[in-house]
Design a binder for this molecule. Structure first.
Ligand SMILES: Nc1ncnc2c1ncn2[C@@H]1O[C@H](COP(=O)(O)OP(=O)(O)OP(=O)(O)O)[C@@H](O)[C@H]1O
Length: 637
């Protein structure tokens, strides 16, 4: 026979989370209904999916449903489903640990500030454990579909350090979650209360949610009457998948509630789009743009994506093949009329229908974003609407940029959606079109600089001549910028040009006199350049006179097609092999320090100091910091 009762400890993270759940989510206790109904609905989806290959799993109960009951005397609320159920081992694994990726990282972000933490926990999704907000003990009774009746399991815990499991006999397949309601949560022991919470959060669930009907019973002998529960069950939700309803029958509130349930977000989405696509491939899409980034957005391997349904049968969460990786922040549902029900992840990758869905959905998302971006400049839009694109950009802009390298077909549309900080704005609000509109007469490139931080970008010596001439330079500080910009050679016919690459050619913006002066200076400076090159031959490709510096003595640049020093540092940090390319040292012959070089007895040291300082100024580190310090100190002494 099976094992007797066992007491097991929660994984440390669960114990920690439970403590937080009960302390931080107090102000929004009713969400436990949403979470438990959502789990019940997921369990039914899973059964339906497994039963595609094994119809016997339905046993004698083919109609999937969720039942919610309460007992005021026993002070319990029971949420039951006849879905896939749990085996004993699954109960131990799934209800005692958190399998989610990034759990530890998430825990590390919690600050102890209840309000901030409650928000984070909302994003993380506490799921099953939310029951402990209203219960001081939870008992789960379950049997996995297909297992014999005597292989049921009872799981029970007070939500502190440990839980118990024991085998039971259970005739019905599926799971009952029994909440033993705390003294301070009596309000939830009420048909009216539970029904209104279901209407608020779970109305769109495609399964029927049943509750026992209540009836008015007259009091005896003149005593007041009361509502009493009958044995009859009634469906208390609409029980039709929200996305399958016509748009006009769905309210904004319902769209938002569906989003929150499907994405475990506590905030409203920024926007959504609901369409039935007809033609050679038929599908329904309901896609949402969230208002803020989840905590693990940066994990490109994290399963993220929309849920896939086939003719309203749930097939899988996180169907990555339905949208490109750079749109991994999009949430929602795609319901295909054409895919086979037994479609696997592998099959998805190859399907022509999926390709059509992916292209169609990508276009849809881009037009949602374009609409948000249009609102920014729309006189008639409210302040809230105007701010939406900036909100989107601050959460997801860096991810969207990955699209430049990933989605060639939509590169131009993506380029219009980009926003950057610039020498005219610290905020990332400048579009390439804005920039172009402000370009000076004779300016023939869009200038940009990449750096680790905004301060480093703004103060980079490379900007000096641009500042002097009043030319705007885009300041790029996202890690992905340099890589992404490789794929964007020009915008609307104007090339993009890094100010830290190649020789500066300000073209028509430089007057003849300036050019002549620079040439003369370069000529006169030749012997010093040759000496510098010799002193630094292991470190630099070349040494030349600059036309980009005004106040600084020197800077480092790379050749036009070369990898910037910043990118090469990032790649090295990430443990990648980077081809060693030496930078070019550009020196400013008008600077006092550079003037000092000629005939100096300290030439060698000064040359190295110049190089190391140029490296520091653009965010790097001298190869040998101690030697640098020694040299500077020797000169200072
Ligand atoms: N009613 C249920 N029937 C079957 N399994 C369940 C049920 N409720 C929970 N589980 C199992 O327990 C696991 C943990 O549930 P929990 O709600 O904590 O997280 P989740 O549902 O995986 O994540 P999230 O709630 O963020 O979607 C589920 O993944 C599922 O395997």
């Amino acid at each position: 026979m099976s094992d007797p009762k066992q007491t097991l400890s929660f994984q440390a993270e669960v114990a920690q989370l439970l403590h937080l759940v009960t302390h931080s989510l107090y102000s929004n206790r009713e969400i436990f209904v949403r979470e438990l109904v959502s789990n019940a609905s997921d369990a039914c989806d899973k059964l339906r999916f497994e039963a595609l290959n094994d119809g016997a799993l339905y046993e004698d109960a083919p109609n999937l449903e969720v039942r919610i009951a309460f007992d005021s005397d026993a002070r319990t609320i029971t949420i039951s489903d006849n879905g896939i159920g749990l085996s004993q081992q699954e109960a131990i694994d799934n209800l005692g640990t958190i399998a989610k990726s990034g759990t530890r990282e998430f825990m590390g972000k919690l600050s102890g500030d209840q309000k901030a933490d409650a928000q984070l926990i909302g994003q993380f999704g506490v799921g099953f454990y939310s029951g402990f907000i209203v219960a001081d003990r939870i008992t789960v009774e379950s049997r996995r579909a297909g297992l014999p009746h005597d292989q049921g399991v009872r799981w029970s815990s007070t939500g502190t350090g440990a839980f118990e499991v024991e085998p039971i006999t259970r005739a019905q397949r599926g799971t009952s979650v029994i909440l033993h309601v705390r003294d301070d949560a009596t309000e939830f022991l009420s048909t009216w209360k539970l029904k209104s919470i279901i209407a608020k959060y779970s109305d769109h669930i495609s399964l029927p949610i049943l509750m026992r009907k209540e009836e008015w019973k007259e009091g005896e002998e003149g005593k007041g009457g009361e509502m009493v529960l009958t044995d009859e069950w009634e469906t208390v939700n609409q029980a039709s998948a929200l996305w399958s309803r016509p748009k006009k029958d769905v309210t904004d509130e319902q769209y938002k509630a569906f989003y929150k349930q499907a994405s475990h977000d506590h905030e409203d989405p920024l926007t959504w789009s609901h369409n039935r696509v007809e033609g050679s491939t038929e599908y329904t899409q309901l896609l949402y743009i969230p208002a803020h980034a989840p905590f693990d957005l940066w994990n490109r391997d994290k399963p993220a994506g929309v849920k896939l349904y086939v003719k309203r049968v749930f097939i899988m969460d996180d169907a990555q093949a339905l949208l490109p990786t750079y749109l991994r922040f999009v949430r929602g549902v795609i319901d295909s009329a054409d895919l086979p029900l037994n479609v696997s992840r592998e099959l998805l990758q190859e399907s022509r229908d999926v390709k059509a869905i992916r292209e169609g959905s990508t276009k849809r998302v881009l037009s949602m974003l374009e609409d948000l971006a249009k609102l920014e400049k729309d006189e008639a839009a409210s302040a809230e609407e105007k701010a939406k694109y900036a909100t989107f950009w601050s959460g997801f802009g860096a991810v969207l940029k990955e699209g430049l390298g990933e989605d060639f077909a939509n590169r131009e549309r993506l380029a219009r959606l980009l926003r950057f900080a610039s020498t005219q704005s610290d905020e990332q609000v400048v579009s390439l079109a804005d920039y172009k509109a402000r370009m000076k007469d004779g300016q023939d490139a869009i200038y940009y600089i990449t750096a680790d931080t905004l301060a480093a970008a703004k103060n980079s010596p490379q900007l000096e001549v641009f500042r002097k001439k009043g030319l705007e330079v885009l300041l790029m500080t996202d890690r992905v910028d340099e890589w992404a910009l490789n794929y964007l050679q020009d915008f609307d016919g104007t090339p993009l040009q890094s100010v830290a690459k190649g020789a500066v050619d300000l073209g028509k913006l430089q007057d003849e006199e300036e050019k002549k002066k620079a040439e003369e200076a370069a000529e006169a400076f030749k012997p010093v350049l040759a000496k510098l090159k010799d002193a630094l031959k292991d470190k630099v490709e070349d040494v030349r006179v600059t036309s980009r510096l005004v106040d600084s003595p020197a800077c480092l640049v790379v050749s036009d097609g070369g990898m910037s020093l910043q990118l090469s540092r990032l790649l090295k940090q990430a443990g990648q092999k980077v081809p060693e390319t030496k930078p070019v040292l550009e020196v400013n012959p008008d600077h006092a320090l550079v003037k000092k070089l000629e005939g100096s007895v300290h030439f060698h040291d000064l040359a190295h100091i110049l190089f190391d300082q140029a490296m520091l100024a653009e965010g790097g580190m001298p190869d040998d910091p101690a030697a640098y310090v020694k040299r500077v100190n020797a000169l200072l002494a």
